[in-house]
Design a protein around this ligand. Structure first.
Ligand SMILES: NC(=O)c1ccc[n+]([C@@H]2O[C@H](COP(=O)([O-])OP(=O)(O)OC[C@H]3O[C@@H](n4cnc5c(N)ncnc54)[C@H](OP(=O)(O)O)[C@@H]3O)[C@@H](O)[C@H]2O)c1
Length: 161
């Protein structure tokens, strides 16, 4: 597949394993340069080394998406804010499957910070450059709402619009 990403710079959060790492492999195969983040530095380094062995250009940036300074560090690593062409806001999650009734306000607030505030901060940091160059793509993983065993049991509609 040629998605026209050769030479583009892609930032992927939560990229040391799972969906984030699989996305990194796909974007590397498309010729994109990768800026990858996750909290566990050694695991991230291992993931980056694996991608590099297959020929990818990778910059690992260990960090937590909850850290307000992470967007600046990621855009720096990408070579300045104008350089990020693709943002994959993959890191996210919930408070675990406690059951809806057991979730406290703090669980909802933590979930909101991780899945909404953190991705918004990252989008805000790359958007000016994408607008200037009139090119860019951003995707955000939507987690299962906290306390839900599966999506069909969730109280939120699938399509709120
Ligand atoms: N798997 C599914 O069926 C499914 C379904 C719907 C949505 N999703 C969403 O898709 C995303 C990825 O899921 P997955 O199953 O691939 O997860 P995973 O295998 O648990 O991998 C999570 C990745 O995110 C990193 N991470 C977690 N918290 C982070 C944080 N605060 N800051 C930076 N990096 C962080 C982890 O590394 P560290 O722990 O080292 O930070 C790891 O690299 C999540 O947002 C999830 O909610 C998954």
């Amino acid at each position: 597949m040629d998605l026209g990403l050769s030479g583009r710079v892609a930032v992927i959060t939560g990229a040391s394993r799972g969906i984030g790492l699989a996305t990194a492999r796909l974007l590397a195969a498309e010729g994109a340069t990768l800026v990858l983040c996750a909290r566990d530095a050694s695991r991230l380094k291992e993931a980056a080394a694996g991608l590099e062995r297959s020929g990818a250009a990778v910059v690992p940036v260990p960090g937590d998406v909850l850290d307000p300074e992470l967007p600046g560090r990621l855009t720096q690593a990408a070579g300045g804010d104008g350089r990020v062409d693709v943002l994959v806001n993959n890191a996210g999650g919930d408070s675990g499957y406690l059951g809806f009734e057991k979730l406290a306000d703090a669980d909802w607030e933590a979930t909101y910070r991780l899945n909404v505030v953190a991705p918004v901060r990252l989008i805000r940091s790359v958007l000016p450059g994408m607008r200037r160059r009139r090119w860019g793509a951003s995707s955000t993983s939507r987690p299962t709402p906290p306390g839900c065993q599966n999506r069909s049991a969730c109280p939120t509609p699938r399509r709120p619009w």
